[in-house]
Design a protein around this ligand. Structure first.
Ligand SMILES: [Zn+2]
Length: 201
């Protein structure tokens, strides 16, 4: 993987030089913990945090970026009732509620993307993300992609338990977009397994 340093990019908070890989549109300052989204060449602050490994070590750790979308979902109309949304809304199945989506921001096959985003969103396994002195690179999907994938998940959660879904209308408001670095173990067979839930990709 090619990597290069853009001398011109300096942390807006502490002035440290920032390492940016080709195509990455988010950069994290390991010196002061500031995160920046690069929008049209301009650094916009974005919250970047990391999760601690929760599973026994299986190999070298790499941190992969996830979008965290803190949303409020309002159900406008439905003709069926899925079971998954009830869990996400904290046990009630009314007109909506808060959902924190975990959407991989790195390139994944579609099936892995769906599995990983669903499992993390349903479990919400990272209670207290922290600042680590590590790098996170390999950003592929931007925030517009992340929102589309979140909406796809929402519809699939609703449809999961029903063969007869006819109508499902909703409104989704994103309160914040953040980045969460999730630790993965590099396995000897060339695949990776996340160090939180234990899914292979
Ligand atoms: Zn900094």
């Amino acid at each position: 993987m090619s990597e290069f340093k853009l001398e011109a990019i300096k942390c807006k908070n502490c002035g440290s030089g920032l390492m940016v890989e080709i195509n990455d549109f988010v950069t994290y300052c390991t010196n002061c913990g500031s995160g920046f989204e690069i929008v049209n060449g301009i650094l916009q602050p974005i919250e970047v945090n990391f999760a601690q490994p929760a599973r026994p070590a299986e190999g070298e750790i790499v941190y992969k970026p996830f979008w965290i979308l803190k949303t409020n979902v309002t159900i406008l109309e439905r003709t069926s009732s899925g079971g998954f949304l009830k869990n996400l809304f904290g046990g009630h199945d009314g007109a909506g509620g808060a959902i924190k989506f975990y959407i991989p921001a790195f390139r994944l096959p579609v099936d892995n993307m769906r599995e990983m985003a669903s499992a993390f969103t349903i479990k919400d396994p990272v209670a207290s993300p922290q600042k680590f002195n590590v790098k996170v690179t390999g950003f592929t999907y931007g925030r517009e992609d992340a929102l589309k994938i979140a909406e796809f998940l929402l519809i699939s959660f609703e449809a999961e338990k029903s063969d007869t879904m006819k109508t499902f209308r909703y409104d989704i408001k994103v309160d914040s977009y953040e980045i969460l670095g999730i630790p993965f173990y590099k396995l000897s067979n060339g695949t990776m397994r996340d160090a939180i839930i234990g899914l292979s990709v």
